[in-house]
Design a protein around this ligand. Structure first.
Ligand code: SF4
Length: 404
C-alpha cells in the first residue's frame, strides 16, 4: 500500500515522455505457516485464524484492483506467490483466480507458488494448475531426518519424494530449495540429498548455506553450546560439491545459488537480478519501479524528474500494519546508484556484465581490483564472477555497491 513521499521536483522531459508500462512481474507474500522453523527470520505467522486469513485475502485483492485500475499497458510475464507457506493457505486458489481476473498474462508466463512437502495433494495441485500455476518451488532443505528435525521442518523424506512426483503428475515444473552447512550435516548426506532431488525430477535447484539469524531458536541453541556452530569451511565444500553434482546432472549454475536445466531458469528471479520493474503485494513484500512507472502510479509527482531513476518500496513486515496503516518505506535511487546496483546484481549471474556497462558506471578500477584478488575475471568482454568469487560473494557485491 504505497504512500507518496517528497522527491526531487525538477522536470525531466525525456523521462516524462517515455510511456510507462505495467511492471511485468508480480510477487505476492502469503505470511502464514503451520509452524515456525528453528532458523527462520522471515515474516510469517503461525496459528492464524480464519478471520485473519480472510481479511488478508481481501487486502491482497484490494491491491490487485488498485494496480488494475492504474490501467497501464502490458502483460505479466511472471507471478510468484511466496511466503510463508502459500500451499497451506486455504484461499490460495481464489487468490490466483483474482490475479488472473485482474491482470493480462503473457501466454507463456511463469506462475510459481512456494510449497512445503506435506501441504500439497494431487487435488490441490490440479486445482492450482487450472488456476494458471506453471511451477512449484518446494521447500525441501534436506532429506535427512536428523537435519530436518534440527531445522524444525515437519516433513519427511517420503513426503518430499511424494510431493515431487505429485507436482510432476500435475504437469508442473519442479524447483527445489536445499540448504547446506546444517550443524552435523556430513558431505555424503548432502550429496545424497542433491542426487535424490535430481532423481525426483527437479529441473531447478536453489542451494543456500544455513545462515544463523540472531534471535532464532537455532541461533540461540548454537550460542548456548547445545548445537555445534555451522562450519563455514564445510559449507563452502558443500557449495562446491553442489556445483559439481548439479552440473554433471545437466543443471548448470546460472546464478550464485541457482542451478537449472537450460530453459528452466526462474524468470521471476531473473527479473530481480536484471533490474526489471516488479510489484510486491503483502506484508514485507518489496516493489521496484523505474521513475516513469513510479510517476504513472503516483509514487512520484507527475512532473518530477531530476535525480530519481528508481524507486523501491518496502511494505510493513507486520500484517496489522500492512492492513491498516498504508505506511511504506520508500527508497529513491539516482542513476549512479542504479548503475552500481545493476552491476552488482549482474555479477550474481554466470553470464556476468558487459565490459562497456562497467565502464559507463566508472567501476572498471573496482572490477580490476577484484580481479587482482581472483574474485572476478574478464572473459569475452564480460566481467564474470570466478569460482572463488562465488564463495566470497558478499565481498564482490559489497565492493561494487560501495563503488570502491
Ligand atoms: S516454512 Fe519457510 S517461512 Fe515458514 S517458518 Fe519455515 S522457513 Fe519460515
Amino acid at each position: 500500500m504505497p504512500a507518496e513521499e517528497s522527491a526531487p521536483d525538477s522536470f525531466d522531459l525525456e523521462c516524462s515522455l517515455r510511456a510507462p508500462a505495467m511492471p511485468a512481474h508480480l510477487y505476492i507474500h502469503v505470511p502464514f505457516c503451520r509452524s515456525k522453523c528453528s532458523y527462520c527470520d522471515f515474516y510469517s505467522i503461525t496459528g492464524a485464524t480464519d478471520d485473519l486469513t480472510e481479511v488478508y485475502r481481501r487486502g491482497v485483492e484490494a491491491e490487485l484492483v488498485r494496480w488494475a485500475d492504474a490501467a497501464l499497458p502490458g502483460l505479466l510475464d511472471s507471478v510468484y506467490v511466496g511466503g510463508g507457506t502459500p500451499s497451506a493457505f486455504a484461499h490460495l486458489p481464489e487468490l490466483l483466480d483474482a490475479v488472473m481476473r485482474r491482470f493480462d498474462l503473457h501466454p507463456t508466463a511463469e506462475v510459481t507458488i512456494e510449497a512445503n512437502p506435506g501441504t500439497v495433494t494431487p487435488a490441490l495441485l490440479k486445482r492450482l494448475a487450472r488456476a494458471g500455476v506453471t511451477r512449484v518451488s518446494l521447500g525441501v532443505q534436506t532429506l535427512a531426518a536428523g537435519e530436518l528435525a534440527l531445522l524444525g521442518r515437519t516433513h519427511t523424506r517420503e513426503q518430499v519424494l511424494e510431493a515431487c512426483s505429485q507436482v510432476l503428475d500435475a504437469g508442473l515444473d519442479l524447483s527445489v530449495d536445499l540448504m547446506c552447512g546444517i550443524p552435523g550435516q556430513m558431505l555424503n548426506s548432502w550429496i545424497s540429498t542433491l542426487e535424490a532431488v535430481i532423481d525426483a525430477g527437479a529441473r531447478h535447484v536453489s542451494v543456500y548455506p544455513l545462515s544463523l539469524e540472531e534471535g532464532t531458536p537455532l541461533a540461540v541453541a548454537c550460542e548456548g553450546g547445545l548445537v555445534p556452530e555451522p562450519d563455514s569451511d564445510l559449507a563452502a565444500s558443500m557449495m562446491l560439491a553442489a556445483e559439481e553434482v548439479l552440473t554433471a546432472a545437466g543443471l548448470p549454475r546460472y546464478e550464485v545459488a541457482n542451478y537449472a536445466v537450460p530453459g528452466h531458469e526462474s524468470r521471476h528471479n531473473l527479473a530481480y537480478w536484471t533490474g526489471r520493474n516488479y510489484i510486491g503485494i503483502g506484508p514485507s513484500a518489496h516493489s521496484m519501479f523505474d521513475a516513469q512507472t513510479a510517476r504513472a502510479v503516483g509514487l512520484l509527482p507527475l512532473h518530477s524528474g531530476g535525480s530519481v531513476a528508481r524507486v523501491r518500496i518496502a511494505e510493513p513486515a507486520d500484517i496489522d500494519e500492512w492492513l491498516t496503516s498504508g505506511e511504506v518505506e520508500t527508497e529513491y535511487l539516482d542513476a549512479d546508484q542504479v548503475a552500481r546496483e545493476d552491476i552488482m546484481l549482474g555479477l550474481r549471474l554466470t553470464r556476468g556484465v558487459a565490459e562497456s556497462q562497467v565502464e559507463a558506471a566508472a567501476l572498471t578500477a573496482v572490477l580490476e581490483s577484484l580481479a587482482g584478488q581472483g574474485l572476478v575475471e574478464l572473459v569475452e568482454s564480460h566481467w564474470r564472477t570466478t569460482r572463488r568469487g562465488w564463495l566470497l560473494g558478499n565481498e564482490v557485491f559489497g565492493r561494487v555497491w560501495a563503488g570502491e
